[in-house]
Design a protein around this ligand. Sequence first.
Ligand code: GTP
Ligand code: MG
Ligand code: ZN
Length: 376
Amino acid sequence: MSNKKKKVRVSFRKNRQARTRESGLTRQFEQHGFEDDETTRREQLTGKGELAKKRTVVGEEVSDGESGFAVLPEVDLENCLAGRVLEVRGLISIVQTADGKHYQCALRRLLKTLATDQRHVVAVGDRVQFRPDRDEGLIERIEPRKGVLSRTSRDRQHVLVANVEQMLIVSSAAEPDLKPHLIDRFLVAAEQAKIKPVICINKIDLIDPGPLQATIGVYAQMGYPVLQVSATTGLNLSRLRDMLDHCQSVVVGQSGVGKSSLLNAIEPGLGLRVGSVSRETQKGKHTTTTARLISLASGGFIVDTPGIRQFALWDVTSEEVAGLFRDIRPLVALCRFPDCTHTHEADCAVKSSVADGRLDARRYESYCHMREDGKD
Ligand SMILES: Nc1nc2c(ncn2[C@@H]2O[C@H](COP(=O)(O)OP(=O)(O)OP(=O)(O)O)[C@@H](O)[C@H]2O)c(=O)[nH]1
Ligand SMILES: [Mg+2]
Ligand SMILES: [Zn+2]
């Protein structure tokens, strides 16, 4: 990331000229003159033509793809508070400050202009600077993100969560059945985002755990931590609590596997809504509908997320998939062809490892599926 402070020319999108929307909150701030602050004055408006509007913004140019912004505008920190975005509800973000106070914040219009191609400008987990006004606020700046979980939605990047270091991948042993291919997808997403994955198999109370150990062994051998837990009986919940202690984590997994139940069980008083799983379809009811950041009494933060229907990978090309599989990555250099896809080629170290049992055949199957889904 480069963080040279400089003046940056910014072209505005068309929607900047037409004053359509805005939430009453933003208008209220404008009436209070908050947009006419020192920072705004330094953004000189040049070019009178409707389509040629450009401004010079003083700030840091960010080349880091994860931040989602081209420029971080300089803000007057004296009038701002630092906070963390707990939840995004349409145009309003709920921001929490270090003392635990909550503010309903709108977004400074400039930020929408500076944001690169994203469906939402603010994401749960974002660290922001905002101008407070009683229990409301105006977000002036979003700090660069580290550890972003995103997915593709109608060809646009949708940042689900920002600033997390750990991904708790929850699957259930039954109701719905364990889905190792889905675990593999989340692992690839975690590897790509450089977020540490922890696999958590819930509802152990519903099965005899014996037959599960081979599958668990495959993951454990690659160095991934695997916990077998039950939100109902409390099995291994203290171990889970220890894993989350002082950590910024995100919980992911199919609907109905018990993500919210586990959080309720490790953090008494949380009261997250929990839904039933249909007996016939074995499907959850998408009870959690929006991602939400929760502060844990132990000092960490965790984001509960809605069950993700299909987890499309963002920006993973077919060629990159092998490098994101911990068990396949070391074999790639041993293939005869440097551009081996490990699907049909002769003298392929990946395929021969499947044949002699060194590479798990089910993991290889996951690889083949994800290669097909990857971008060309
Ligand atoms: N037997 C058993 N049932 C559980 C356990 N954990 C959760 N459940 C049940 O599983 C169902 C779904 O739980 P939720 O916590 O709502 O699942 P979720 O993963 O948050 O689902 P979404 O919010 O829809 O993504 C509920 O009926 C829970 O009571 C467990 O350890 N054992
Ligand atoms: Mg839930
Ligand atoms: Zn190969």
